[in-house]
Design a protein around this ligand. Structure first.
Ligand code: ZN
Length: 385
């Protein structure tokens, strides 16, 4: 079963879901294993260093076998960008001319290269997820609490823009800031909402990082004002402020309810999956749903080839069947937990899985990986690739 030949739906059985994930990722793995020399050498080196077994596409016969596919630590992508060798990860025969970056404020940004076909497939899945889970509809408007799209290459803004544009159209997407993040965001929002309200036939949604919501709410509170928003408040990106610590989630939700008239069940956080250019939006029960074709697992930080027991914390790992330009099989540096397994249904009635992000992992990379990367780069150099 292929995701394209069957209608996308969260109302399928766990067996069908597993069949769908298996088919997509098995095919994608064969493509990268065959055409990506760096990845194939990486797989071989991992095995040589005793980090997992050498796995070839022939070894992937069942859904359970997907766990054997060698994962790449997020830091690999970062390190390759840092030394200017990020293009090494591009798979042969794919025209990957478009790139996006992480939104990191310090240090080198990680670059991810894409071809048009992969972006189209990713976006189709993101659009479906957004319509189904967030209930954003054709006549709605979306206000990005960010600078305009042409000022940004970050996946968070670019990916969100591609997705919402497909649903509401270019004309119904607005940006809070003209150039960069400015003072008085609540005033800007009030003016923008005033302008849009008469034109928009549907609901008005907000989309942006938590700290901007926080500033808007604080400002409105200080002024004793309210702005009525009838859509969702969608948050994505980290829960840290530019200065100061973590944003208190509960307090922010109360503030959004009180000052923007958006109740808690319509405040939807999303977990951005930077390395695979997708996200996991929350349903009405605040479960972060993993896109249908994506394989998620939680890995033991000490031994990342092995998944942890169900319900236990570990490193969040994702494999995307949609990306042809690089092997998007990633073990992140984030500790998380699977809250709905692939064999279960969420309270909202949708089939699994769902995940929760807990915190950044201590240390930089899973054990042994720095060594493997070093050896890999040396090998590539010697072979002048
Ligand atoms: Zn749900």
């Amino acid at each position: 079963m292929d995701i394209k030949t069957k209608e996308r739906s969260y109302r399928i059985s766990p067996e069908e879901l597993k069949e769908l994930k298996f088919a997509g990722i098995r095919k994608n793995f064969e493509h990268h294993y065959t055409n990506n020399l760096l990845y194939r050498m990486y797989c071989e080196l991992l095995a040589k260093h005793g980090i997992g077994r050498n796995v070839t596409p022939d070894d992937i016969k069942t859904y359970e076998d997907l766990y054997k596919i060698p994962l790449i630590p997020s830091d690999f992508f970062k390190e390759l960008s840092r030394i200017g060798k990020e293009r090494l990860l591009i798979t042969r025969g794919v025209e990957a001319s478009i790139y996006f970056t992480t939104s990191g404020t310090t240090g080198t940004q990680t670059k991810y290269f894409f071809d048009r076909e992969s972006l189209k497939e990713i976006n189709e899945e993101n659009v479906f997820t957004c319509r189904d889970i967030l209930e954003v509809n054709d006549n709605d408007a979306v206000i990005f609490l960010t600078p305009p799209i042409e000022k940004s290459r970050t996946g968070l803004i670019r990916g969100g823009y591609m997705m919402f544009r497909e649903i509401v159209g270019d004309d119904n997407i607005y940006f809070l800031y003209q150039e960069e993040i400015e003072e008085n965001p609540s005033e800007l929002l009030e003016n923008l909402v005033g302008k849009i309200r008469d034109k928009c036939q549907g609901r008005i949604h907000l989309y942006g990082p938590p700290f901007v919501y926080y500033e808007i709410v604080e400002e409105l509170r200080n002024k004793g004002k309210r702005i009525e928003i009838d859509g969702n408040a969608m948050t994505t990106g980290g829960w840290k402020r530019w200065v100061g610590g973590e944003i208190p989630k509960e307090k922010l939700y109360e503030g959004i309810d009180e000052r923007l008239g958006i109740p808690e069940k319509k405040i939807r956080d999303g977990l951005g999956l930077t390395d695979i250019f997708m996200w996991c939006p929350e349903c009405e029960y605040h479960e972060k749903h993993v896109p249908l074709g994506v394989h998620v697992s939680v890995r033991n930080p000490e031994e990342f080839t092995a998944p942890v027991e169900p319900g236990e914390e570990g490193l969040l790992s994702f494999m995307s069947p949609y990306i042809k330009s690089y092997p998007a099989y990633v073990v992140t540096g984030d500790i998380g937990v699977e809250t709905v397994s692939v064999d279960e249904y969420c309270k909202c009635g949708r089939v699994g899985n769902a995940v929760a992000h807990k915190r950044r992992a201590k240390g930089t990379q899973p054990r042994g990986c720095a060594l493997v990367l070093e050896e890999l780069l040396k090998k590539m150099e010697n072979e002048r690739i």
